[in-house]
Design a protein around this ligand. Structure first.
Ligand code: RP5
Length: 154
């Protein structure tokens, strides 16, 4: 089981790093590449049609067509990550406002981390070992909040 991460541009790397960190923590296999819906439409089409990955994470800014085009060309679930820029709503709306029939699961601005966690949750449907890792992940997160509460509460 694996995840394909597609960046619309090399400049989206800091957001991709957040997704990669999570996938590595969960020891989930992934492939990563750059392909642009506008600058290299054929490359995007080929990737969508030929990828053996189970879930696709597509990271793009500006008029972020990449997640939608990957979703149009593939039956795999696509998670779109809008990248921030001068006008933050551009990429969010491009990803959220897909026409009915071709869905893209959207996470928050620059939130590569949530995209990867959601991808792991999708893979966990067929992979019980990942369910256990997700439970531990949530437990550690909750423990951190308890620690912070103990530190800061008055
Ligand atoms: C989008 O345009 C990319 O996903 C990136 O977020 C943005 C800017 O691209 P570059 O000009 O930095 O290559 O297609």
């Amino acid at each position: 089981m694996s995840v394909l991460i597609v960046l619309g541009s090399k400049s989206d790397s800091p957001v991709a790093k957040k997704a990669v960190d999570v996938l590595e923590e969960f020891k989930v296999e992934y492939q990563m590449t750059v392909a642009s819906a506008h600058r290299t439409p054929e490359r995007v089409r080929k990737l969508a049609q030929e990828s053996k990955a189970d879930v696709i994470i597509a990271i793009a800014g500006l008029s972020a067509a990449l997640p939608g085009v990957l979703a149009a060309e593939s039956l795999k679930p696509v998670i779109g990550v809008p990248v921030s820029g001068k006008v933050n709503l551009d990429s969010i709306l491009s990803i959220v406002q897909m026409p009915p029939g071709i869905p893209v699961g959207a996470v928050g601005l620059d939130n590569g981390k949530n995209a990867a966690i959601l991808a792991v949750e999708i893979l966990a449907i067929k992979e019980p070992a990942l369910v256990e890792k997700l439970e531990n992940y949530r437990k550690k997160q909750a423990e951190a909040v308890e620690r912070h509460a103990a530190e800061l509460s008055v």
